[in-house]
Design a binder for this molecule. Sequence first.
Ligand code: PLP
Length: 429
Amino acid sequence: MSNSLHPETLALHAGHRKDSATNAVAVPIYQTTSYQFDSTDHAENLFALKELGNIYSRIMNPTCDVLEQRMTAIEGGVAALAVGSGQAASSFCILNLCKAGDNFVCSTDIYGGTWNLFANTLKDLGIECRFVDPSDPENFRKVTDAKTRCYYAETLPNPKLNVFPIKQVADIGRSLGVPLIMDNTAAPLLCRPFDHGAAVVMYSTTKYIGGHGTSIGGLVIDGGNFDWEAGGDKFPTLNQPDPSYHGAVWTEAVKPLGPIAYILRMRVILLRDMGAPMSPMNAFNFIQGLETLALRMRAHCENAARVADFLNTHAKVSHVIYPGLQSGATKATADAHMAGGYGGLVGFELAGGKPAGKTFIDSLQLLYHVANIGDARSLAIHPASTTHSQLSAEEQAQAGVTPGYVRLSIGIEHIDDILADLGQALDKV
Ligand code: PLP
């Protein structure tokens, strides 16, 4: 399958034409833990990575493989790894490069779960996360030192919805020999981070890729565009002999296979040792989701733009947060990185503060009150009383959460029904 096809086409075709055993057109759910070896030689070759093939579903599975290939083609990468959640994907992205004593630099505009993982759990493992304000890309350079192994950011982070300056930070990183890892969860098909210089892309597939709120999953895609070998001692996990795999040096071992050192090591070391594979059933659900992703993203974007316009002229709304309504450098960054729409997320501020935010949410009839984003259904949450309630007022302000802030994840329902529900809930405030 040619990867020069358009993403809409790749989402339906890449990685699978028909099942090799049955000719089935739909991707089969290979609900199996293990795979019969043809012979002892075959088994030995598979374990020695002389031959690539199925061994055990903690490490690889044919249903997951189709999802991996499909997303690799859509993103323009070289290989991918499906894992059990977005959190597992973020953890693996960092642990694949950092050991105790190392550091990495991360945008302050990230999902709260990622923040906790980086600021607390990884800290306990001796890995330091240096958070910087992404509004000035140079902040990444300022805190980089010889122990900095990677940069990490989200393409379209909520609640601020300021698109991350991928190109500028990737360029800084490349000049210092530091790869940029992008969480593209909120912008699939709208932004391809590899086109702007990112080295690795990760997803919580739980959101738009699944699209129907049924399954938790994560994905890491290797751009194959970063010279790990040139980094030498900066990347010991990839350039030094691995005692847990007969002293393999991953950048050497992959030479016959292509530039897949990063993702192969993640599979055969982290997934092998720490677990967290994606289940074949969930991989099937994500493949189903992918088939209509292009249609859904178009509808999410169109509806969100209409919602932003509606809120922007509403008397009870003091401010709307939406990339399409930004101006100046922030808008220029959004336009440079997002093609085909500004995504499905819209934030807004109610003049009446926290009580108004709570009344608004309690008055919704169509929109769901949930903490999730990226579902086909429209969703709403009041962060100050829920997702960000453990933060101090000052921390909430830093995160862009004011008392009257409401976050919407606009779905694909008829726009008139979405606007009617928002309108009647605003009337109650
Ligand atoms: N990244 C982003 C941007 C998210 O919104 C989320 C979850 O909300 C995650 C990562 C974590 O993903 P998961 O819930 O699949 O573990």
